[in-house]
Design a protein around this ligand. Structure first.
Ligand code: IPE
Ligand code: IPE
Ligand code: MG
Length: 240
């Protein structure tokens, strides 16, 4: 991507990384092998985001509903996450990438939580880009947690119901302090949100590609960004 193409870049890209199971099935492989191959795509997208100078990248890695999958698959995903963190933390540190995670993290197995805590701690000086992993994440659960936090503040007398604003709620989401995504990419051709960042995507531009996540890479990612750059965002306003 040359200099002129760096205008009008999104500040925050969010990705629903979908299609690992189908990718594996198409090849007669086990679902878990699709997840393993998906890790490569994660690496490419993280690198490209950093190269472009996009400061926020949020990846949907495991939903609150994904706990319904077989114990075998869940365990494999957790193991893969630990392996990914162990492998990538050094490169993240070198490139000024700060890692964080959002979701009901207390539900993750202890080993995964420890690996996550370690990677978050090691990368906490990163100033160039924030990589957020959504893990055991559900948009509805996030909103419910924020509403509970508001209710507690009201009960304590620290907040008056008439003073509750969009900001009161946004500031109690897991994403407090983060800008809303400008671009949401979903792979594998499904036109749905699957409980991802429900509040935050009110005016996000959506890009769906039929490519399955393990086949997704730098070139496809740049295509999604270029598509975004051509869009006219109106936020409910009218054209001049
Ligand atoms: C996305 O791939 C990875 C996770 C949800 C963890 P899937 O595992 O959902 O793959 P498909 O949708 O079954 O192809
Ligand atoms: C969304 O994909 C969750 C992640 C990518 C982590 P799913 O495969 O779980 O979503 P559905 O079931 O197709 O809606
Ligand atoms: Mg899926």
């Amino acid at each position: 991507m040359n200099q002129s193409n760096r205008e009008n870049l999104p500040r925050h890209v969010a990705v629903i990384m979908d299609g690992n199971g189908r990718w594996a099935k198409n090849r007669g492989l086990r679902r878990v092998q699709g997840h393993e191959e998906g890790a490569r795509a994660v690496r490419e997208v993280v690198r490209a985001t950093r190269e472009l100078g996009i400061p926020w990248l949020t990846l949907y890695a495991f939903s609150e509903e994904n706990w319904k999958r077989s114990e075998h698959e869940v365990k494999a995903l957790m193991r893969l996450l630990v392996r990914f963190l162990e492998k990538e933390t050094d490169e993240m540190m070198e490139n000024g990438i700060r890692l964080q995670a959002i979701g009901r993290l207390e539900k993750l197995p202890r080993k995964t939580r420890n690996a996550l805590r370690e990677a978050v701690r090691k990368t906490d000086a990163g100033k160039e880009m924030v990589l957020t992993l959504a893990l055991s994440y559900g948009g509805r659960q996030e909103i419910a947690d924020a509403v509970a936090a508001i209710a507690r503040d009201v009960a304590l007398g620290a907040l008056q119901p008439e003073n509750i604003t969009e900001e009161s709620l946004a500031g109690r989401l897991y994403t407090a302090g983060m800008p809303d995504p400008d671009l949401l990419v979903r792979t594998s051709g499904e036109f749905r949100i699957s409980n991802f960042l429900l509040w935050q995507i009110a005016y996000t531009e959506i890009y769906v590609t039929p490519t399955l996540w393990p086949d997704f890479g730098r070139d496809e990612y740049l295509k999604a960004i270029a598509d975004y750059q051509k869009r006219e965002r109106r936020f409910g306003g009218a054209r001049e």
